[in-house]
Design a protein around this ligand. Structure first.
Ligand SMILES: Nc1ncnc2c1ncn2[C@@H]1O[C@H](COP(=O)(O)OP(=O)(O)OP(=O)(O)O)[C@@H](O)[C@H]1O
Ligand SMILES: Cc1ncsc1CCO
Ligand SMILES: [Mg+2]
Length: 288
C-alpha cells in the first residue's frame, strides 16, 4: 500500500535488484535511427537486448523474450506486420508489451498503427512524450483537441509544467484507466500513472531532448525494468535511472566544457553506474 512518496522511495532498492537479477531478455522492434543507443541503454541498466523483426523468427523470439518493446519511429509495411505477429504471440505467452508511439498524431499511418496495436492487444505500458500521449488521448476519445507534434519531438505548447501538472496528471490517469495500461509521459517533468496511482517525476536535464533517442532509450529500459519487476515500479525505476543519468551526464559535460556528443556517451556511462542510493537521494517525486 502506497501512502506517500517515501513508500515509493523505499521500493527502489529491491526493484533495482530484481531488474539486475532478471537481466530481462528485451526484444525490441524499433527504429534504425536510435537502435544502437537502445541496445546499449538496455545493457547499461542490466537487461539483455535482442533486436529482431523478420516475421519468420518472431514467434520463436517472443517465446523466449521476457518483454517486447515496440517503437513506431520509422515504420515500414514489413515492420508493422512484425509488430502484429509479435504482439499476438506476446499476449499468448503473457509477455509484457511496451509501446513507444513515436510521432503519433503526425501522420495517418502512425495513428492507425498505434490505435490498431492498442485496440487489438493488451499493452502493458505506453511511453511517449506528452504530445504523443495527448494525441492518443484524442484518438481514444478522452480529449477533444490535441496539438500536432513537431515531427518526433514534443510540441512546446504541451510541455509539462508546475502550472499544468494537475490537469495533465488527471488526463493521463484517465487515459491509463480507459486503456487499462500504465502510461509514462515525458518532458521536463514526467508523469507516470497506472490509472490508480499517478506520480510526477521532476528530474532530468534540458540537454536530454538535444540528442536523438533519449525517449527511445527510455522506452527500451522501461521494457527491461518491467520485464524484471512490474509495470509501475519498473517504470518508476527506469525514469529515475534515465533522468538522474541525464543530470550526472550534464554535470560531467559542463565540467569538461563539452557538448551533446559527449553527453550521449556519458548518458550511457551513468545509466551503467545507476545505484539505488543515488536514485533514492536524487529522486524528486510527487504523488498527484
Ligand atoms: N527539458 C527537459 N528537462 C529535463 N528532462 C527532460 C527534458 N526534456 C526531456 N527530458 C527527459 O528526456 C527523456 C526523453 O523524453 P522526451 O520527452 O524528450 O522523449 P521523446 O520526445 O520521445 O524523445 P525521442 O523521440 O527523441 O527519443 C525523458 O527521460 C525526459 O524526462
Ligand atoms: C529522429 C527520428 N525519426 C524517426 S524515429 C527518430 C528517433 C527519435 O524518436
Ligand atoms: Mg519519442
Amino acid at each position: 500500500m502506497i501512502n506517500d512518496e517515501s513508500d515509493l522511495l523505499k521500493k527502489i532498492d529491491e526493484t533495482l535488484k530484481d531488474i539486475r537479477e532478471k537481466n530481462a531478455l528485451t526484444h525490441c522492434i524499433t527504429n534504425s535511427v536510435t537502435i544502437n543507443d537502445c541496445a546499449n541503454a538496455v545493457l547499461a541498466i542490466g537487461g539483455s537486448p535482442f533486436m529482431a523483426e523478420d516475421a519468420e523468427e518472431l514467434e520463436e523470439v517472443v517465446t523466449i523474450a521476457d518483454v517486447l518493446v515496440i517503437n513506431i519511429g520509422k515504420l515500414s509495411k514489413e515492420q508493422i506486420e512484425s509488430m502484429h505477429i509479435s504482439s499476438k504471440t506476446a499476449n499468448k505467452t503473457n509477455t509484457p508489451i511496451i509501446l513507444d508511439p513515436v510521432g503519433v498524431g503526425v501522420t495517418e499511418l502512425r495513428n492507425k498503427t498505434t490505435m490498431d496495436l492498442i485496440n487489438d492487444y493488451d499493452i502493458t505500458a505506453i511511453r511517449g512524450n506528452i504530445t504523443e500521449i495527448k494525441a492518443i488521448a484524442k484518438l481514444a476519445g478522452v480529449l477533444d483537441e490535441s496539438n500536432t507534434a513537431k515531427g518526433v519531438d514534443v510540441n512546446i505548447d504541451d510541455i509539462i509544467t508546475e502550472e499544468n501538472l494537475k490537469d495533465n496528471g488527471e488526463l493521463i490517469c484517465e487515459l491509463a484507466s480507459k486503456l487499462n495500461t500504465t502510461i509514462l509521459a515525458s518532458g521536463p517533468i514526467d508523469i507516470l500513472s497506472d490509472g490508480n496511482l499517478t506520480v510526477a517525476i521532476d528530474n532530468g536535464d534540458d540537454m536530454m531532448p538535444l540528442i536523438t533517442g533519449s525517449g527511445c532509450m527510455l522506452s527500451s529500459i522501461v521494457g527491461s525494468c518491467i520485464g524484471g519487476s512490474n509495470p509501475f515500479d519498473g517504470s518508476l525505476v527506469a525514469i529515475l535511472a534515465m533522468n538522474i543519468a541525464g543530470e550526472r551526464a550534464r554535470a560531467k559535460v559542463d565540467e569538461k566544457d563539452e557538448g551533446t556528443g559527449s553527453f550521449r556517451t556519458y548518458l550511457i556511462d551513468y545509466l551503467y553506474k545507476t545505484d539505488s542510493e543515488t536514485l533514492t537521494e536524487k529522486a524528486n517525486i510527487k504523488i498527484l
